[in-house]
Design a protein around this ligand. Structure first.
Ligand SMILES: [Zn+2]
Length: 301
């Protein structure tokens, strides 16, 4: 059974109550990206910040005005723009993340936000705020009233990805380790599969994916298996393309549905992500980009 989904015009995201005092927020604007909140007796923890400044501000308004409590911590599951650039809209909160997330925000994050600000006015008041609490291995625990939040590395889609497990509720905020289609462009193929296996064995009630709808208890096993199957099929296509003179001839037409995934996933971005996955995996395996006909100086007749 699905939990009640509240569609709020005022707050511009889909809000879902997953457990007592645990919410997820899904963007209506960008790639169905998710954020969340854990409500304690005196203060609140926000997990990720959504994609646009107005969405981060909408999360803050919802908590301050509807829940009526201050936000003490923001946790970033990883450094990508749609998960961590909104840190600056939670002044007074302490930010926690993987130590690599801090490093990536400080380098790639600053550079790309600077570039985007030149063309996109909605980011004019945004700036990078680096996590003050970081860890690289093991786990970090945060007690929020009666709830224990366990932060731990979940690498794969990117090396700085972490999970946040609410131990008493068996609810996992998985960052991009769980998505409707695994996305490995910024990450590591084998680690992504290992992490999916680990998550399938965790005995979870719910998973809040980095993007897409909540995965319910009865769906976890099949969902993780389908994502692993997708990655296995992806590798098969890449290997078969490598036998051709121009691997891109195969990779550019490889249909996502042949890998068992629907093209409408992630707001219709799925085919594009799939194509990116193919090119990235080719490069990860063979150490160079897949060659296309257009790369040649002349065409053989
Ligand atoms: Zn993401």
């Amino acid at each position: 059974m699905r939990h009640g989904v509240a569609k709020s015009e005022v707050y511009m995201f889909q809000r879902e109550r997953i457990a007592d005092g645990v919410y997820s927020f899904q963007s209506d604007i960008y790639a169905q990206v998710n954020a969340g909140a854990v409500i304690g007796p005196d203060w609140v923890v926000v997990i990720d910040t959504l994609a646009l400044p107005e969405e981060s501000i909408a999360i803050r308004n919802f908590i301050e005005q509807e829940i009526n409590l201050p936000i003490r911590y923001v946790i970033n599951t990883h450094s990508h723009a749609d998960h961590a650039w909104g840190n600056c809209f939670f002044p007074g909160a302490t930010i926690a993340a993987h130590s690599l997330c801090r490093q990536f925000l400080d380098t790639k994050g600053r550079a790309s936000l600077e570039a985007i600000r030149k063309t996109n006015l909605s980011y004019k008041n945004a700036h990078i705020v680096l996590p003050q609490i970081t860890f690289g291995r093991g786990e970090l625990k945060l007690q929020v009233g009666k709830k224990t939040l366990k932060l731990f590395p979940l690498p794969g889609p990117c090396s700085d990805n972490i999970g946040i497990l609410i131990e008493e509720d068996r609810v996992l905020f998985a960052g991009d380790a769980i998505m409707p289609i695994p996305y490995i462009v910024d990450g590591d193929y084998d680690e992504t599969i290992e992490t999916l296996k680990e998550i399938s064995k965790m005995g979870l009630e719910n998973i809040v994916q980095g993007h897409g709808d909540i995965v319910l208890r009865g769906e976890v096993e099949l969902f993780t298996k389908e994502n692993i199957d997708y990655l296995i099929k992806l590798k098969r296509i890449v290997r078969s393309s490598a036998r051709r003179k121009y691997p891109r001839d195969v990779l550019d037409v490889a249909d996502i549905e042949d890998c068992g995934k629907s093209r409408v996933l992630i707001g219709g971005l799925a085919p594009e992500l799939h194509h990116n996955n193919l090119l990235a995996l080719y490069k990860q395996i063979y150490g160079k980009p897949a060659r296309a006909v257009d790369d040649d100086d002349y065409y053989e007749v």
